[in-house]
Every structure is written in C-alpha cells, then in structure tokens.
Design a protein around this ligand. Structure first.
Ligand code: LLP
Length: 405
C-alpha cells in the first residue's frame, strides 16, 4: 500500500472540507480496520488481546469502531475508563494503567470493575492494606532505553513509570505479607521504538520477572510500534515481531504450566496513518530569508512537530502540479508555531488546502484552546462513500461554557 493517500481519498478529503470547513481532522475508518486486522494476524497465538491506547485518539465513534473489531482498551485516566464503558466496552475489556493518580481515582476504578495495573510500591502497599482480594497487575520498569525521542522513552532507569525490576524482592515481600493477588504484569517502554530488538530485549526482562509469580493470567507488553512518517521510513515489522513474540510466549507458557493472555496496547499503529489534518493557507509571506505558508491552525491543533520535532508529510491538495517551491509552514498562534521548514511542496496559493499525514494519533487528542482558538471538527470516512461528522467544531459558547462571569 502506498504511503500517500490515493487520488480517491484525496478527493474525499476535499469533499469533507467542502462540507465541514477547515481546520478539520479526517480519519479513514477502513484504514483503521486494515491496521487492526494486520496487527491481529501478525500474532500467531490464540490468547492475544489488543487493547487500543485510548489516549491516542479519544473519540467515542472511533472507540466504538475498535470495539466492533474486537479490541479492548488501555485507559490511563478514570475519564478514559468511563468513556470506554459508555462506548460499550465491558469492565473486563479495559485495562487501567495510570501513573501518579490519587487514591479516589483508584477507588472509582475498583468500583467500576476494570483491571488495574499499579506502578508504585507505595500504592501496592496501600492496595494490600485497604483493598484485599482485588486482583491487580504490576507495571514493571525494565530499565531499557527505547523510544523515538527522550520525551516518549519511558522504560529507562530515570523514568517515573513502573516499579523497577530490581525492586521485585520488595514486591514479593508485600505480596506475601499482605496477601496481594497479582494477576498480571505490564510494561511499556516507549513510543516510536525504532528496532524490534529493544522491544524483545525488554520482553525477556518481563518473562524473567513473570517466572517468580505463581498465578498470573496475563502479560501485557504495552506498545511503541513505529509507523512510517515518510515514504520508505522505518516502521516496526509487525509480522516479524508478532512471530518472534508469539513463539517466545508459547515457550514461556509451556514452562510456566499455564496458558496466559498476551496483551498489547497499540495506539499509533492502529490510528496514526488513518488520520489527515486539513488546513487552509491564509497567506504566503515572503520575508528576507523564508517563504512562509501561513495556515489557519497552529500548535493548538497539532503539537507534535513543535513538541517532539515530529515530521508530518504535508501535501497541497489544491495543487498537485509540477511547479514546486520551498516553504516553511507556520500557524496563526502568537508564538513560534512552525509545523515544518524547507519543505518542497507544489506551489501554494492563498486558499489552498494543505493536508498533514499521520495525524490520527496524538493529533486532536493533544489539541487545546490556546489563543482562545476553537478546536476542529472530526470526520470519519467509511466504505465507498461514507462520510460522518463525529465531532462538531467548537463554538465561542463552548469556550465560555464553564467560565463564571
Ligand atoms: N500503553 C501505554 C501504557 C502508554 O503509555 C502508551 C503511550 C501506549 C500504550 C501506546 O503507545 P503507542 O502505540 O501510541 O506508541 N504523544 C506522543 C506519544 C506518547 C505515548 C504515550 N503513551 C507522540 O505523539 O508521539
């Protein structure tokens, strides 16, 4: 499959803009289905559970779509848990892996009956003292440096996440003295992990820890699978990884004497390349050293380039002609908000529609109202011609709704 959207999809994107204006997020539901099936097929093991990382794209209609495909959810806040339940997931379908939350949020999660992973010894002790008998999982920190950049590398020694593998003696002490029921182990080492070697290395550490627990029912390997951000970019070879991990998991289960569940929590892999962020060029501004294409958005709508230095390919959907120029693409926020520099793009004129690729994951989900800007609408494409508005554009009333004046 080509990295770039087909001509047909490009036409549908322009139609979506015609109906709903810009800035606009559009997701191709068929692409999400494709990614889900490919992921599912890569794991040759009957007990695999795929839990979508809700934080990547938190739209109820997308959650319902993933539910219809057979997914569960990875939730990190009680709000994500509640939205998951409202979208039709059962408590069993939801694994709650928060970090640093207060005890009241844990209590709500217990009352709602979802599976809980704990990533702090103090919380573990609290659970043993106050919530005896509730089965829980433990998030371990394998001390592996993995992830596309330091901000999204979370399994290393200095990271706030997980309980260190070297603290397992303390974990066992708590388990034995407080009668804790440990049903699963979890790890998540980072996002955009470049090579599957790092992933498998961390998995070995999880297997090593798992041997010392008597009655586990799942091992959760988190996610971090990399997608391509440019044509021919490295991406996780999910088939190779799936084969290697399934094989190793089977061997582990045989040695452990029980068939455990193999859980994974992909976010980007399932939705990143299904998403398009569409903006309009307001002006072209020639300065002494640059040609800026100024668009009707900013880091309030897509923060990944500014926050992580992430690369998103940008297409000019209004002009696919031969003549290109070198542009810096900037937004309308009153602060530096550069989406891209020195991009060769077919000539841009005021009013042209530009399209950011890979905008499905952590795009809308990380948007804000900075500069009192309204957040975009979201549209879902499905089937041959289906186009559904799945979130309305915000209005000034939405912005003011909770203000008291
Ligand atoms: N499981 C846990 C516990 C996580 O914390 C995450 C992501 C995932 C699964 C899904 O990881 P993914 O498949 O999406 O790589 N905002 C950043 C990514 C932050 C990831 C946070 N945790 C970005 O836009 O690159």
């Amino acid at each position: 499959m080509s990295f770039y959207p087909s001509e047909k999809i490009q036409k549908r994107l322009l139609r979506a803009v015609k109906s709903h204006g810009t800035p606009l997020y559009v997701y191709n539901g068929d692409q999400i289905k494709h990614q889900y099936r490919r992921f599912e097929d890569a794991f040759d093991f009957k007990n695999v559970e795929i839990h979508f990382a809700t934080k990547a794209l938190t739209n109820m209609r997308i959650l319902q779509l993933l539910k219809s495909l057979g997914a569960g959810l990875d939730a990190v806040s009680i709000q994500e848990v509640k939205m998951g339940l409202m979208a039709g997931f059962t408590p069993e379908d939801i694994i709650f892996t928060p970090s640093g939350i207060g005890i009241d949020e844990y209590k709500e999660a217990i009352d709602l009956g979802v599976r809980i992973n704990i990533d702090n010894l103090e919380v573990l002790e609290y659970f043993g003292l106050h919530f005896k008998g509730i089965p829980i999982g433990i998030r371990i920190n394998p001390h592996v440096m993995a992830g596309g950049n330091p901000k999204i590398s979370v399994g290393h020694m200095d990271s706030k996440f997980g309980i260190s593998v070297y603290q397992m003696p303390m974990v066992h002490r708590l388990v034995e003295s407080l009668g804790l029921r440990i049903e699963g182990l979890h790890m998540h080492t980072g996002s955009d992990i470049l090579d599957i070697g790092a992933f498998l290395q961390a998995s070995e550490i999880l297997f090593g820890v798992a041997e010392s627990f008597e009655d586990l029912s799942y091992l959760d390997f988190g996610s971090g699978f990399k997608v391509a951000y440019r044509e021919n970019d490295i991406e996780t070879d999910i088939e190779e990884l799936g084969k290697a991990l399934s094989q190793r998991f089977k061997t582990f289960c045989t040695a452990y004497g029980k068939d455990l569940k193999l859980i994974l929590e992909p976010g980007k892999y399932l939705v990143s390349n299904s998403g398009y962020f569409l903006v309009k060029a307001n002006w072209i501004k020639q300065t002494t050293s640059n040609v800026f294409a100024q668009v009707d958005s900013g880091f309030n709508h897509l923060i990944r380039p500014m926050f992580y230095g992430a690369h998103h390919e940008i297409l000019n959907l209004s002009n696919t002609g031969e003549k290109s120029r070198v542009y810096s693409i900037t937004g309308y926020i009153c602060e530096t908000d550069t989406f891209a520099v020195n991009r060769v793009i077919p000539e841009i004129s005021s009013g042209d529609i530009l399209c950011f690729l890979n905008a499905g994951a952590y795009g809308f989900a990380m948007s804000s109202n900075y500069n009192s800007r309204l957040r975009p609408a979201e549209v879902l494409l499905e089937g041959k011609d289906g186009m559904t508005l799945i979130r309305k554009r915000e209005s000034l009333e939405d912005l003011l709704r909770l203000q008291v004046f």
